[in-house]
Design a protein around this ligand. Sequence first.
Ligand SMILES: [Ca+2]
Length: 122
Amino acid sequence: MALCAESFIDLGAIGCYHIHESSMNFADALLYCQSLNADLATPSSLDPLRQYLLDNGKTGEYWVGLVRPSGWIDGRRDDPSEWDEGEPNDSGACARLRDSSDFKAADHGCLNSYKVICEQEV
Ligand SMILES: [Ca+2]
C-alpha cells in the first residue's frame, strides 16, 4: 500500500483519503483537492469509505467525485447499490454522500455547498 501524504488517512485497498470539514461548491471542491495533489474521491469500492465515516462519527454531507450521468470521474461506472434509496432522482448533476443515508450517494445541484472528501493520486 502506498504511503499516504500528511493529512491523508490510509484506508488500505481503496487508498488514501482527506476529509475536509469546511463546505464549498463542487467546482471549488475539485480545485481544493487538486491543491493537495489529489482529486475528489473516487473509491474503487464505496463501502470501506462509508464504514470509515460511520466508525469515526462523521456527520453531514460530503462531495465525492461522482457526477451524472457519466459516473465516477475516474471513469468507473456508478453502481446502483452506491445510491440511496430513491436516488439518483435528477435533482442535480453532482453527488454527495450524506449521513442520513449512512453515506450512500444522492445527487444534487453542483452549486450547493458541502464538505469534501479528496483521494490522493498514487
Ligand atoms: Ca437527489
